[in-house]
Design a binder for this molecule. Sequence first.
Ligand code: NAD
Length: 333
Amino acid sequence: MQALRVLVYDTHSYDRTFLDRANAGRHQLDYTTAQLDPQTAALAQGYDAVCLFVNDKADAAAIARLAAAGVRLIAQRSTGFNNIDLAAAAQHGITAMRVGYYSPYAVAEFAVGLLQTLNRRIHRAYNRTREFNFRLAGLLGHDIHGRTVGVVGTGKIGAIFARIMHGFGCPLLAYDVRENPECVALGATYVSLEELLRRSDIISLHVPLMPQTHHLINATTLALTRPGVILINTSRGGLIDTEALIASIQSGHLGAVALDVYEEEEGKFFRDLSDTVIDDEVLARLMTFPNVLVTSHQAFFTHEAMTTIAETTITNLSDFAAGRTNENLLQPG
Ligand code: NAD
């Protein structure tokens, strides 16, 4: 098997640790902290492949430059691939592969963690007790048991989230373009998105971001939800119109919101900006609400998930180098 020269974009120390361990010297992996865009694509001159993460922007312009630099493979080290223009990649003869499967438990369990944190105000309790404020006023939550949970997208992650919530004793509503028999077996009722929004006390988003799901949660759909509803998004920021979300929080309609993803996260999430003046009024506004919890796209971040992501990425590189394809190949359309 031919060893590939691979430039890994948007690298953090943990990426390097897991990728080097999985690679064991098979391919030449070079690392850059730069995120891919049409300018930084030039860094890939002479490389066979680039390895990308969720906020590397492989748009048509960047892909044209990668092709001119000699790149033949994009190895995406995540499940979501909405950052890649697959039609442009195909046009330039660049193959794209992703990590189709890695611990969906990591994301589903994190979504449950966010839900319980918001519901029982654990984020506020943590801050209070560190300052020896042991009062309970303001920390009142609800039993989760018996609350209706709406799961939007019942693929791998949504189904596990549904199973956990079933364990809590929650009636389940589901919305998807196709029914998952695992969720039906749990007793989930498939309904329209509108009905799910009208009837759920808790809503968790697990659909991919695509033109059909962009701003699925907007002023119109938010108006359908129950007052006091808890909304969890661990999927992709673009599923929610953030300005409409803020208006609904301000009006007192939404009970609480957890966002592990944010539509303008690129260039912010995965970075330490604690020493800078934040230039995003929407994000700054979100941070002022006591019933909003923002985490920086960390739902996937477990030892198990990082190990599988790295091992699958190396398998994708090796299969490509050997002229083989596998189930992680991405096709346009
Ligand atoms: P999956 O492909 O197994 O499931 C997605 C589900 O969405 C499928 O059942 C599919 O039928 C459904 N769907 C697709 N288009 C739809 C539409 N227009 N309307 C309704 N349903 C539709 O994916 P998964 O592994 O469960 O991951 C779900 C999403 O989670 C990913 O797309 C990714 O964006 C996100 N994710 C986030 C993190 C994180 O760290 N926060 C990590 C991994 C994945």
